[in-house]
Write a protein that binds this ligand. Structure first.
Ligand SMILES: [Mg+2]
Length: 367
């Protein structure tokens, strides 16, 4: 009997869990060359996230994806109270300062302007002790958030904080797919969120493209059409040329099917920068019809495997829904319950009838 196709909720949950799975799979080999990966894991490379009974550790990519989603939920609660406020970026900045606090810094050092109102960080996500783990956090993100705590100045694409196009913007961008029904608004919001830490167009436009692809997949649009729409929106932005070339290269390489890691690196790069991480993750999702194969393809190369795994997982999870994710991989995924709970809360908040009770506003304070 054929299973019903996944609904929008299953696709969103799949995107978040799939991203965390790809991140965890890739984190194990993030700083390893392909030769070293083969030496350690065999000719096929890394094929499973962790031996049974052990946890597959997530990295800063999943941590920041979660804080992005939490910031969006809180921004939406705020928008319900004040509908003219349609900008989620300040709430996401605030959420990132909470993430900074999880990375071994006091709240007073992390909070910047938010310390005025809050002696301690608020909301439930920050109470999850499992998030207080240091997993090779990206320098660009750390430096930008530490800078915000000091200067109180929110960076944007027009007031760039640096010239970085590291993949720290795109790796956390998929949750922005829930922000609006309008894909152009999603693109814009994802750009704003990424530009908090990354000032080069390829650092933030890659985030816009990924968020729109996920947005379309959740609406059951076929992946090639989702990519085409994201590409059309990309063309409207200044400085899109590099991101465009990389996006087109990913689509072209996918026509060759599953290629060797060396070929992937030669055509798409190593994924350390935004446009390449997007290209590798997307290529893997396009080239491999099977979820496991796509995730394996996305992390087995000499580049930034956790972020390319994250992007691939965001896409294949939205494409196939959470039911299609490997159950034995989910069983060992660290923070699986936190990813699931937060994603389900997002679906409730972005539903036609979000909660109005005090428990909800304690969980997701808006101000
Ligand atoms: Mg990482």
């Amino acid at each position: 009997m054929q299973q019903a196709p996944p609904d929008a909720h299953e696709r969103f949950l799949g995107s978040m869990l799939g991203g965390a799975l790809g991140d965890a799979l890739g984190f194990a080999v993030e700083f390893h060359s392909m030769d070293k990966i083969r030496e350690r894991h065999g000719a096929a490379g890394l094929t499973e996230p962790a031996p049974a009974q052990e946890k597959a550790e997530i990295s800063d990519d999943t941590q920041m994806m979660l804080f992005t989603l939490e910031g969006l939920i809180r921004a939406h609660v705020a928008r319900r109270m004040k509908p003219v406020d349609n900008d989620p970026v300040p709430e996401v900045q605030h959420a990132y300062q909470r993430w900074l606090h999880t990375q071994g810094r006091s709240w007073a050092e992390s909070a910047g302007p938010y310390a005025v109102h809050l002696a301690e960080p608020d909301g439930w996500l920050i109470t999850e002790r499992g998030l207080f783990a240091t997993r090779a956090p990206g320098n660009t993100c750390m430096t930008a958030l530490i800078g915000f705590a000091r200067t109180h100045r929110q960076a944007s694409q027009d007031n760039a904080i640096n010239d970085s196009k590291g993949c720290g913007g795109v790796m956390r961008a998929a949750p922005v797919a829930v922000w609006s029904h309008d894909p152009a608004e999603v693109f814009h919001a994802a750009v704003g969120v990424a530009a908090l830490t990354h000032g080069h167009p390829s650092g933030y436009l890659s985030a816009g493209v990924l968020a729109v692809i996920v947005h379309q997949l959740i609406r059951a649009v076929p992946l090639p059409d989702a990519v085409r729409l994201a590409r059309d929106l990309l063309l409207r932005w200044r400085g899109h040329e590099e991101q465009l070339r990389s996006l087109d290269a990913a689509v072209e390489l996918a026509a060759e099917g599953i290629v060797a890691p060396e070929r992937l690196e030669e055509r798409l790069g190593g994924g350390w920068v935004g446009e390449e991480a997007l290209a590798i993750g997307l290529y893997a999702a396009l080239a491999a019809p099977d979820v496991r194969d796509a995730l394996r393809l996305s992390v087995n190369h000499s580049g930034d495997s956790d972020s390319t795994g994250m992007v691939c997982g965001n896409i294949v999870g939205a494409l196939h829904g959470d039911r299609a994710l490997p159950p034995e991989w989910l069983d060992v995924l660290e923070l699986r319950e936190v990813v699931t709970a937060l994603s389900q809360d997002a679906l409730v908040e972005f539903s036609p009838a979000p909660p109005t009770n005090a428990t909800w506003s304690t969980r997701y304070p808006a101000w």
